[in-house]
Every structure is written in structure tokens, then in C-alpha cells.
Design a protein around this ligand. Structure first.
Ligand code: UDX
Length: 451
């Protein structure tokens, strides 16, 4: 099998499917990325993948190339794993990379093959891919298209690929379904050796495409719901972390994705809820997803809240253009959109760091993995090499990604390094009472002030 595109999605799938025993060839237009991966160098941080990459390269089951010709010759099943970012001119998804995956692959195909879409796309894309295949491939070969969305979470990506909680696919013929079965046999076999079952939802193209964006819309809504409750707790004097805990015991609600804080970010949730709204609007169902606009607004308001709280804690008055934080030394702990990744795409932590700097603060960022990526987006910020360095002389510390290193930080030791013991817990991941006991003024989001 081949994987077209070795970004987060494609590289993870290629490596994990080789680990499951498949012969895998992965294609990308970026020669540097292909060279690095071929040499066993991961282009991003994802727990466990380093070792799996090296092991499967050594076993000869995994190769990387820039040649579509080679991919066409090699594969019976081709997974499309290219990115579908937000368009620069609107909220919709940019599908140019999907076309630039099919256009060079299809003309080189010389035998019947299955092209499987994995990228997150607007509903209707699979039909469009069929037309692209008709346009670019030899029609006598009977190349078919199927769709099978992925649900991997960064930080758990290898497990999510090899041990998925469900597989969703859409295929139009028995041949395509049989190919999909064969292409997932490794996943099913692993499950049966571990005494698990992987449910398969076989459906139509439109539903398969919708499942992914619907899942992400639901997760985003759940996070914004609890963050909306945080807003209410802030004015009513409640504690959103207790509220979330109490809600979570109801099995109909569940406790996952109810962590309040600075909101969601990453390469998927923010762009997917916007693309979903744009597509629904095009299809005439815009009203049905109008609530997602609120979900987005609630999410973005949490970032502004951290800036406002910073101003309050530093005793700065809001000016006409927002608070003036000029000269204030602030340590921002965390740049990535969540812990255990080096991904800073649409990261709330980095966005807040940028907003604090914009307001005049002298911002020192520390992130265990994300500094290199963060520097590319916000070169104006200072990036320190250690937690201790970042907090030294700080008048305020903001914890904005819940890395274990921050959760486990000792308030007494840190208290000796800072100029003022003031901390904002943007992930509600610290024990406020313990920090207050060490002399800190602690502020969580949606929680009563402590200290
Ligand atoms: C998400 C989906 O979970 C995954 O199924 C899909 O395939 C891709 O998008 P990912 O972007 O890796 O995965 O991150 P996820 O773990 O879902 O977190 C998204 C954001 O929400 C992060 O910024 C995280 O910090 C935030 N979050 C998550 C909260 O603020 N509160 C929560 O309770 C959970």
C-alpha cells in the first residue's frame, strides 16, 4: 500500500501500517522530508513513532519516495493523506493538495487499484475525487475510490492508528470493500490477539466524510460548553473544575473533553468547525451549524480572558486598545496546542503569548518540545531553554499548556526564582491551594481566586 503525503497523518499511518506487517511506500513532494524519514529522522515529535520508524525501515517494510511513478507501480491501495488547511480567503477547506495528489498519481497507474481518501474534507469531496480519477487515469483500468476518515489524536497517534476505537469506510463495490478489508486486516488481527473488537461502520461517501467533521464539531462543542460554564462561574463565584467533575459522573455526559481552560487549538478542531460551517452554508444548511460560530467565539474569548487576567494581576489598566502591559516580564509556559506534541498550529498558548507581547509585555516562552516551531510563527518572542530560565525575574507566570513538567513544578522552588509570585493556570492543571500555600497569587480560569 502507499500513503500519499507524509505530514502528521500520512507519516503516522505509513509507519504504523508497516509495523502491522504491510509493505508500505510513502510519497511526498518534499525531498527533505523524504530524505529525513528515509534516514530514520522523524519530522515531528510524536511519542513512540521514532522507534517504530527505525524498526520498520530496518525490516525493509517501509520506504519513502518523491516519485509518483514508483508509488503507482508499487501500490494496490493508495491512501490520500494530504493536508486540507483552512483557505486563506475564507472559512472553507483548501482542497488543492488533494488534486495535486491525484493528478500526478492517476496517469501512472497501470492496473486496477483503490484510492482511499483519509484526509478530512468537506462533504462531496469523494465524488469529486472520482471525477479527478476519471479525468487523469486510464478509464479501462477501472480505478475505484473509497473513503475512510481517520480520528487520530496527536500524542496518542500510533495507538489510535493501530488500535482504533472504530473504523469507518465507504466503498461502492464488493471489490472495493474486499480491498478495504485486506488493507485493515492487520488492525483486525492485532485486535483479536488482544481480545478486542474493532467495530466497522460501512456507509456511503457523504456520511463517511461527515463523520469526521461531526466528531470534531462535537468535541469542540463539548470543550466550549465547559468554557462557557467557566465564564458563568467567573461572574457567579463558582468553580468550573468542580462543576465539570460533577457533570462528568453522569454517564450520559462523561468526563472526557470537559477540561476548561484556554480553549482548543491544533491542526484540526478550529479549522474543521469553520470548514464544516462553510460547507453547510454552501449546501443550504448553514442555520443547522450556526451554533458552531458560538463555539468558535467562546473558544477565542478564553484567550482574551488570559490577557485580561494578566493585566488585572499586574495592576495594569485597560487602555482604548486593550491593556497596556509594557515592560512587564511574563513567563509563558507552553507553546504547543497541547502537551506531548511539538505542534503549534492554532495553539491557544502561542496565540496568548503573541497577544501579551502585542500589549507590550516582555514575554519569555518555554516549551519542552515546541520552541523551534513556535519561533517560526512568532519570532519576536524570547524562547528560553528551561523552565527555570523562563520564570527567572518574571512578574507573572502563565501556564498555557499542560505539560507534565509544569503540572509537577514545585511552587516553592519556582517562587525563589520569580520577581512576583503570581500565576495564571490557563489549563486548570495545578493545585491552586498548594501554590497559594507557597505564597503565590493563583488564578485559574472559571475558578475563585486563591492567594
Ligand atoms: C483532534 C481529535 O481529538 C481527533 O479525533 C481528530 O482526529 C483530530 O483532532 P487533536 O487535534 O490531536 O485531535 O487534539 P485533541 O486531543 O482533540 O485536543 C484538541 C484541543 O482541545 C487541544 O488544544 C486541547 O488542549 C483542547 N482540549 C481538549 C481542551 O481544552 N479540553 C479538553 O477537555 C480536551
Amino acid at each position: 500500500m502507499t500513503f500519499i503525503g507524509v505530514g502528521y497523518l500520512g507519516a503516522t499511518y505509513a509507519i504504523c501500517y508497516a509495523e502491522l506487517g504491510y509493505e508500505v511506500l510513502a510519497v511526498d513532494v518534499d525531498p527533505k522530508r523524504v530524505e529525513d524519514l528515509s534516514a530514520g529522522q522523524m519530522p515531528f515529535h510524536e511519542p513512540g513513532l521514532d522507534e517504530l520508524l527505525k524498526r520498520n525501515l530496518a525490516a525493509g517494510r517501509l520506504r519513502f519516495t518523491t516519485s509518483y511513478q514508483e508509488a503507482a507501480d508499487f501500490g494496490d491501495v493508495h491512501f490520500i493523506c494530504v493536508g486540507t488547511p483552512q483557505r486563506s480567503d475564507g472559512m472553507g477547506a483548501d482542497l488543492r493538495y488533494v488534486e495535486s495528489a491525484i493528478a500526478p498519481l492517476a496517469p501512472h497507474l497501470t492496473r486496477k487499484a483503490l484510492i482511499v481518501g483519509k484526509s478530512t474534507v468537506p462533504v462531496g469531496t469523494a465524488e469529486w475525487v472520482e471525477h479527478l480519477v476519471e479525468k487523469y487515469a486510464d478509464p479501462s483500468l477501472g480505478i475505484e475510490v473509497a473513503w475512510s476518515p481517520e480520528f487520530l489524536q496527536e500524542g496518542y497517534a500510533a495507538d489510535d492508528v493501530m488500535r482504533p476505537n472504530r473504523i469507518v469506510w465507504a466503498a461502492k463495490t464488493e471489490w472495493a470493500t474486499a480491498m478495504l478489508h485486506a488493507a485493515h486486516k492487520g488492525v483486525f488481527d492485532l485486535a483479536s490477539t488482544e481480545d478486542r473488537e474493532v467495530p466497522v461502520v460501512a456507509t456511503d461517501f457523504a456520511t463517511a466524510e461527515l463523520v469526521k467533521v461531526a466528531a470534531n464539531a462535537f468535541l469542540a462543542t463539548k470543550i466550549s460548553f465547559i468554557n462557557a460554564m467557566a465564564e458563568v462561574c467567573e461572574v457567579a463565584g463558582g468553580d468550573v473544575t468542580h462543576l465539570a467533575r460533577a457533570l462528568g459522573f453522569d454517564p450520559r455526559i462523561g468526563n472526557r473533553f470537559l477540561q476548561s481552560g484556554v480553549g482548543f487549538g491544533g491542526g484540526c478542531l478550529p479549522k474543521d468547525i469553520r470548514a464544516f460551517q462553510a460547507r453547510a452554508q454552501e449546501l443550504g444548511a448553514g442555520e443547522a451549524l450556526r451554533f458552531l460560530h458560538e463555539v468558535d467565539l467562546i473558544n477565542l474569548r478564553r484567550r482574551a480572558k488570559v490577557v485580561q487576567l494578566s493585566a488585572e494581576l499586574l495592576g495594569r489598566r485597560p487602555g482604548p486598545a486593550g491593556p497596556d502591559l509594557s515592560g512587564a516580564r511574563i513567563a509563558v509556559l507552553g507553546a504547543t496546542f497541547k502537551s506531548n506534541t511539538d505542534d503549534v498550529r492554532d495553539s491557544p498558548a502561542l496565540a496568548v503569548a503573541g497577544m501579551l507581547a502585542e500589549a507590550g509585555a516582555d514575554v519569555h516562552v518555554y516549551d519542552p518540545q515546541g520552541a523551534d516551531n513556535a519561533r517560526r510563527v512568532h519570532p519576536e518572542l524570547a524562547y528560553d531553554k528551561s523552565l527555570a530560565e523562563a520564570v527567572t525575574d518574571a512578574e507573572l507566570v502563565c501556564v498555557l499548556t499542560d505539560w507534565a513538567e509544569f503540572r509537577n513544578a514545585d511552587p516553592v522552588t519556582l517562587g525563589e526564582l520569580v520577581r512576583q509570585r503570581k500565576i495564571i493556570d490557563g489549563k486548570n492543571c495545578l493545585d491552586g491551594t498548594a501554590w497559594a500555600a507557597a505564597g503565590w497569587t493563583y488564578r485559574g480560569l472559571g475558578r475563585p481566586a486563591v492567594g
